[in-house]
Design a protein around this ligand. Sequence first.
Ligand code: ISE
Length: 329
Amino acid sequence: MGADHARIVAEDLPGATLQVVCDKDLERARRVADTFGAGDAADDPDSVFVRGDVDAVIVASPDITHASLSLAGINARRPVLCEKPLSQSSAECLSVIDAEMQTGRRWIQLGFMRRYDQSYEEVKAALTGGLLGRALVMHNVHRNVSTPAADFTGSMAISNSAPHEFDIARYILETEFLTVAAFQPRRSDDLVAPVVLVLETVDGQLVNIEINNNAAYGYDVRGELVGERASIELATPIFSSFASNQLHSTSYSGDWRPRYRDAYRRQNKDFVRFVETGLFPERASDCWDGYAAAAIAEAGVDALRGGRKVPVEMIERPTFYSCREDSTR
Ligand code: ISE
């Protein structure tokens, strides 16, 4: 993901310059920096945040480093686009929220890029435009070809992959979750089986999510929002279809990056505007959204382990995060 963001900044982000690429493996940082024409390479993230030639930082390192690097950005007063999740621990998310609130403005834009995907944009527009009537049920399917890391577990399907659905459902329905139940079938092999989650919102709606990190056939994200009068379904952008031997076929991407290429570009353009103006983007997710995703995931992991429905426990939303416009309060 870091190399992908470096490419976006270098090739597709007017107004931004790729200044330095940082990785704990300095040689790898140098390779990416050379590939995309960055001015420099580094292996010490803390030094990068305070450089005079760095205005903002994109964090795309392993999940467990996201909160500490976001705190480094806040302490250095540098806007950060942090890949999801903010943290897999809701308590750690609260420590970042505390630090950000103490500065009086938002610094962290979180990388829930599906908010910038046109198919979800049309789902949200259909609901806010009154075409569906009251939203009742949101169905979500999220399938990866194979687990993104060797040590991936069913719990990580909930804490690493499902946060995309937690966030996009909250964003589209403009609600919070009350409870979560989680189930897992048994595979015939030792691969991580799909996890099926059923969530209740505080507004009496249902959201179900299938996370399958070992779908094998392709990267496949589906969704449907069912209202009292109509429903709307996500469509996956298809740019070509193949016909041969009396067969007609289209292809799946191998992972999320081709499928959400445009969403990442649009998200990162909003980040550049955020850096330039200090105005937090209306559409973007922030530390509160990161905290909510972590709290829901923690309840989901408990539900999977305990085999029962679990309440989603969250603090009261601070007013600091309730309005979406100006971040420079
Ligand atoms: C990965 O971190 C992502 O963000 C992808 O969008 C998601 O599909 C994948 O499951 C995650 O591991």
